[in-house]
Design a binder for this molecule. Structure first.
Ligand code: SAM
Length: 274
């Protein structure tokens, strides 16, 4: 099936309302990435790009930190962009672009992306292009999830590949190679005149409510399944029920909530000042 967001069979459609249901937990890595980004090169109105800006809530944190900067959030989901445009600012705007081929039209002091690149196959090929557009003293920074080998993803893939679902869902979900290892990112970013800092953190998100891991992945990792089954609500409910039962065993509710371990990989590459 095609999707209203993309027109291509494989691209997932996004739902900003569902995505924002766990905004506090999801935004924490961005705060921690932001804390490691050094000051921008001196000069009037530095240019910043936020690739895969989603609903724009993380983009506004950039505007808070650099109120003089001209900031554009880019995304390829019209629904996410519509939501992002509710955020206004004198030097803040949002535009449609595909990160797979986005090329900066002018020099940038900062190109940043939070939880985007795992959706962009072969994304390291873009690093030289983006670094080339970074001004001296400027930064390329990103965060990606490193949890594709965790039960939330493994169970989803196993179910999608099972006899009942494989005809409709096989090949739609991403595997561990959606992202690189921290060491491979360090290698991919390090270049003459560029210093990279790469690290990883595993968060233990303590989630309230019933079936919170299912609720979480409905906003992100499960989008390809929800998109593929969007025209068949009954099948969608059946898949969700099967997957929910598997998640209940993998992530049992405890006395204080459900612990959802989530590994994330961070990278900050700074171009040296001339
Ligand atoms: C997990 S959300 C992250 C949103 C935001 N950066 C945040 O931290 O809240 C991923 C976003 O990447 C966007 N996206 C996925 N593939 C993309 C691509 N090839 N080009 C641009 N945006 C893309 C999706 O539409 C979605 O809004």
């Amino acid at each position: 099936m095609t999707t209203p967001d993309s027109g291509t069979p494989a691209a997932p459609s996004w739902d900003p309302r569902q995505y924002l249901r766990h905004a506090d937990h999801r935004t924490r890595p961005f705060h921690e990435l932001l804390a490691r980004i050094p000051g921008l090169p001196a000069g009037p109105a530095p240019r910043i790009a936020d690739l895969g800006c989603g609903a724009g809530n993380a983009t506004t944190l950039l505007a808070d930190r650099w109120p003089d900067a001209r900031i554009t959030g880019y995304d390829n989901s019209p629904r996410m962009l519509e939501r992002a445009r509710a955020h206004t600012g004198p030097r803040l705007d949002f535009a449609e672009a595909d990160a797979a081929d986005w090329t900066p039209a002018e020099p940038h002091a900062l190109i940043v992306s939070n939880a985007l690149l795992q959706w962009v196959p072969g994304h390291t090929a873009r690093f030289p292009v983006w670094l080339d557009a970074i001004t001296p003293g400027g930064t390329l920074a990103f965060q990606v999830p490193g949890n594709f080998d965790q039960p939330s993803h493994v169970l989803m893939r196993e179910l999608a590949d099972s006899p009942r679902w494989r005809d409709r869902l096989s090949g739609r979900l991403r595997h561990a190679d959606a992202v690189l290892t921290p060491a491979a990112y360090l290698d991919a970013l390090t270049a003459p005149g560029v210093t990279a800092d790469v690290w990883e953190t595993t968060y233990l998100h303590l989630l309230p409510g019933e079936d919170p891991v299912l609720d979480w992945v409905k906003g992100t990792g499960l989008r390809p399944v929800l998109t593929a089954l969007a025209d068949d609500p009954e099948a969608c409910e059946a898949f969700l029920a099967e997957y929910r039962d598997l998640l209940r065993t993998a992530y049992p509710a405890g006395p204080h909530g459900t612990v959802f371990p989530f590994r994330r990989i961070f990278a900050v590459a700074r171009k040296e000042d001339r």
